[in-house]
Write a protein that binds this ligand. Sequence first.
Ligand SMILES: Cc1cc2nc3c(=O)[nH]c(=O)nc-3n(C[C@H](O)[C@H](O)[C@H](O)COP(=O)(O)OP(=O)(O)OC[C@H]3O[C@@H](n4cnc5c(N)ncnc54)[C@H](O)[C@@H]3O)c2cc1C
Length: 324
Amino acid sequence: MTKGRGIFVFLECTGNRIEEVSLELLAKACELQKLSQEPLYGVAIGKEGKELETQLLSLPVEKLWWYRYDGACLPALWEEAVLACIEEVLPSVLLLGGTPIGSGFASRVAVAMKTGVTADCTMLELDEGGNLIQTRPAFGGNIMASILTEKTRPQIATVRQGIFPVLTKKHQQAEMVKRRLSEQDSGVRLLKREEKSLDGGITKQEILVVAGRGVKREDDLEQLRELAHLLGGELASSRALVEKGWMPQSTQIGLSGNVVSPQVILTLGVSGTIQFMTGMKNAKKIIAVNTDKEAPIFSIAHFPIVGDLYTIVPNLLTLLKERE
Ligand SMILES: Cc1cc2nc3c(=O)[nH]c(=O)nc-3n(C[C@H](O)[C@H](O)[C@H](O)COP(=O)(O)OP(=O)(O)OC[C@H]3O[C@@H](n4cnc5c(N)ncnc54)[C@H](O)[C@@H]3O)c2cc1C
């Protein structure tokens, strides 16, 4: 086995900011680094700009590669760029966000390095031998599988946003290696570009009201949406209502939806399957309303309410409107 050393984080950048998932990964990487005592590295690919450079320089990494571009930069170029610095330091671990970019990229780097990837991890730890214990839900979320990449390096893992707390502390200046990427080198000509909205949908909300299969009619969702807005948040849902076509997929919380960690989450008629709870168990305060006192959601709820949502929601609405 090629022996790797160091923890490498792929820092995804959009516009002039570092994506939150990358800062969460970096916080986790700092924890792992304390145990392994190995160097921490980062690589970022982003648009030329002072604001992004300042953010990158303050990160707690020993060395950072910054690939800059003007205009369009195509992912076709990224693989080569990241592989170049990975081959330079031969890290033991490579962490990426479980975003469309990070996930696609992780598998391509893994093929090039002839190593494995564990996608969508929910826990990362180190064993005594320095192996990364990559834990993720398996078989539809019915079991948690801990996976080791024992024979090859780097050990590559992707993690979705919201699983780990975001990096908060300030740090020393990182050593920065600046390199440039150019569209001309990609062999692809970009004909049209459309900017996607950066509002982050339900993942950016501090307050979420979640509708589950306990909601009997599509029209009833209006009351729940009104409640969410009066509380200053948004309406999300379990997969049950997405499958019925009542709520868009972008509002789904869980294993095959979004991972959220709001300040407050209020679930209404959600049973709390493992697939659902994987996506919201890090919420700061969980309030659950369910008619069944044995519902699994109560095992993680800070405020379990055994009751009928059709009584509780109208009462809450009246109360909130009186206070307006
Ligand atoms: C591979 C895979 C991935 C999946 N990914 C996801 C995912 O990302 N997100 C997700 O949500 N699911 C996911 N699922 C589906 C998941 O297993 C469940 O089917 C789903 O979470 C159930 O949604 P629910 O809790 O709304 O419905 P149910 O499990 O049917 O629960 C409805 C609850 O409402 C309660 N209730 C009924 N009436 C009332 C009332 N009047 N007032 C209060 N409570 C009431 C009931 O007691 C019950 O507990 C996935 C499944 C698989 C196999």
